[in-house]
Design a protein around this ligand. Structure first.
Ligand code: SAH
Length: 360
């Protein structure tokens, strides 16, 4: 049998020329990453018991880290489950499958999820653009129950997320620790949350006692959720629909500034070939964001691009801040929260980088 005749997503043993065993995985001739390894032994049954064991291990990490059932339960390669992420919102799980292999294993996977957690609602968000690279169709449907808008509690703030229509799985758990850090800086200070989505950083800062909080985003549905959450928490924040680059230029020209500025944009480097233009965009964003940071203020710059290495992101941010004429100190360098484990051999899986500076 040749590789071309294997069904899309077929379970295979992976062997070296010399017969050395690499493990059990899935195969997809349509993808540049043809094989996804799920286990280091050959002939492993990828059945309900297999997934139940992986999910139990993933669950035990999250239960150690968090005291409420709101977290990323499965983080792809970082949890030994390439092609799969699961975000848990209490008794609702949002399952995102991005490989043909994982798609073909959906039945045992969902049975295992039932065994491990017994969620009431399971939403399949099969609409990630990466699926097209695997030759998979895009869809969103409930495997069980339904969801829509739900509440997420984080650090004493009640946020809203739209699990079926929102971006990615509806909520960004990865920034949890960084939101807590920014809120620790925000008391009595003015705060600008650029690319605020449903108000993550903005509302955390307002809850911590920030004096003026503004959020910018281009998505009207995300801003509506942010606004509703502000009202539900009795917090005052101004959410504005705007293009961040244009609005930062305008604020800079108007000599307006903020004591704390957060810029957490969508990925500017979506694939390796976008590295140069994407890196330039990060530099420009750093320059503009630094320009609207008040003297002795704080600036948090984030990147969620898998395809820009940390060193490059650091140097682009440094160049941008310097171009703004602002002497700065890097005070914290961080990534995603602990529910986003990283595969040690896959540096790209540490996609989130967050750099906090204090500016003169
Ligand atoms: N900081 C957020 C997550 C940000 S995700 C949190 O903590 O939850 C990136 C956001 O950038 C998305 O909400 C998207 O709508 C927004 N966005 C993308 N391009 C934009 C642009 N040009 N101007 C403003 N917002 C933009």
């Amino acid at each position: 049998m040749t590789a071309k005749t294997l069904a899309q997503g077929a379970v295979v043993n992976v062997l070296g020329d010399d017969g050395r065993v690499f493990g059990t995985g899935t195969f997809n001739a349509k993808s540049l990453i043809a094989v996804r390894l799920l286990d280091p032994a050959a002939d492993v049954a990828l059945d309900t018991a297999f997934f139940a064991k992986k999910l139990q291990r993933a669950l035990s990490l999250r239960e150690t880290l968090y005291d409420a059932p709101y977290y990323r339960l499965a983080n792809a390669e970082g949890d030994g489950l390439p092609g799969l992420t699961i975000d848990r919102f209490g008794d609702t799980c949002v399952v995102q499958v991005t490989t043909a292999g994982m798609e073909s294993l959906l039945d045992p996977l969902l049975a295992a999820l039932d065994e491990a957690l017994g969620p009431v609602n399971v939403i399949l968000r099969a609409d990630a653009p990466a699926r097209t690279l695997e030759g998979l169709e895009l869809y969103v449907r409930a495997a069980k129950g339904d969801a829509g808008r739900i509440a997420v509690e984080e650090s004493g703030v009640r946020y809203f997320a739209d699990l079926e229509g929102g971006q990615k799985t509806g909520w960004y758990y990865d920034q949890r620790d960084n939101r807590a850090f920014v809120s620790s800086l925000s008391r009595g200070r003015s705060v600008l949350d650029a690319y605020c989505y449903t108000g993550g950083f903005a509302l955390a800062a307002a809850r911590a006692g920030a004096k003026d909080v503004a959020g910018l985003d281009s998505s009207a549905p995300a801003l509506a959720l942010a606004q509703d959450a502000a009202a539900a928490n009795g917090l005052r924040c101004k959410f504005v629909k705007a293009d961040v680059f244009e609005e930062l230029e305008r604020l800079w020209a108007a000599r307006e500034n903020f004591d704390v500025v957060v810029a957490d944009p969508p990925p500017f480097v979506k694939s390796k070939k976008d590295l140069e233009p994407g890196a330039k965009a990060y530099r420009k964003l750093a320059r503009l964001a630094a320009s609207v940071t008040a003297p002795c203020g704080f600036l948090l710059l984030a990147s969620c691009s898998h395809n820009i290495p940390l060193e490059r992101f650091l140097s682009e941010c440094a160049a941008g801040i310097s171009r703004a004429g602002r002497p700065a100190r890097l005070i914290r360098q961080s990534g995603a929260s602990g529910d986003h484990p990283v595969h040690p051999m896959l540096p790209e899986s540490a996609y989130l980088k967050a750099l906090a500076y204090m500016l003169d």
